[in-house]
Write a protein that binds this ligand. Structure first.
Ligand code: CA
Length: 236
């Protein structure tokens, strides 16, 4: 899938743009760079990229406006936010507006490529619609989750999760590699009755982690993305 995918890099810092384009091309993707919002609009509509790397701080417009415009036209386009540390709040906003993931500057090539592969894989899978598959069996290291049997096993031993805990773990599995924001998870689990703060989600997560015998220092199944949400890491 990767070889013929085209990636649009929207970044006004030429050094960072160069760094990203080299990494992306070395991995076999086609790539284009837009240094302004204006160029992004032109390239997005004329070239139909398969994925967009979007810097939020651009000289001529706010990247969030671009995100909204691109998602309005093509909801399925994967967009990865390339965020500066001083724009942390916007990062969460962008994720809640439909961005697929983010990297924070400075980031390494490995991290960037992992995010790109995950986002492309999820968009391909969403396109083929196997994501909602009811009888899925998921596996990550020693952890197995059988959706139709409503069963979770850790190293062969069954563990008991509450309904909400099961649903949270299922979402993490279904979106493996991708960051899930607090508000997205809350919306998915509690729907219209969203509690006012994240406390209940944190409590559920703490219980899941305890049952999965997670080492908080080095979690294997559920990583905390500070101030953003949670992610089940890709296997190396
Ligand atoms: Ca910038």
């Amino acid at each position: 899938m990767s070889i013929h995918s085209t990636i649009l890099i929207v970044e006004d810092d030429p050094l960072i743009g160069k760094f990203m384009s080299r990494a992306v091309e070395d991995a076999g993707f086609r790539c284009m760079i837009a240094e302004t919002a204006k160029d992004c609009r032109i390239l997005f509509f004329s070239e139909m990229p398969d994925l967009v790397l979007l810097d939020l701080g651009l000289p001529d417009d706010d990247g969030l406006n671009l995100l909204k415009e691109m998602k309005d036209v093509r909801e399925s386009i994967p967009v990865i936010i390339v965020s500066a540390r001083e724009r942390e709040n916007e990062k969460v906003k962008a994720l809640d507006m439909g961005a697929d993931d983010y990297v924070t500057k400075p980031f390494g090539i490995f991290e960037l490529m992992a995010r790109i592969r995950t986002a492309l894989r999820h968009s391909n899978r969403a396109a083929s619609q196997t994501l909602s598959d009811e009888d899925a069996v998921f596996q990550h290291k020693g952890l197995t989750m059988d959706i139709s049997k409503h069963q979770v096993r850790l190293n062969g031993e069954e563990i008991h999760l509450t309904g909400k805990e099961f649903r949270i773990l299922e979402l993490l599995f279904r979106h493996k590699g991708k960051v899930l924001t607090y508000s997205w998870l809350m919306q998915q689990i509690w729907g219209d009755f969203i509690p006012a703060d994240n406390q209940i989600l944190r409590v559920n997560m703490a219980n899941i982690r305890r049952k999965l015998k997670e080492n908080i220092e080095e979690p294997v199944y559920i990583k905390t993305e500070l101030g953003v949400g949670y992610r089940m890491p890709e296997e190396e």
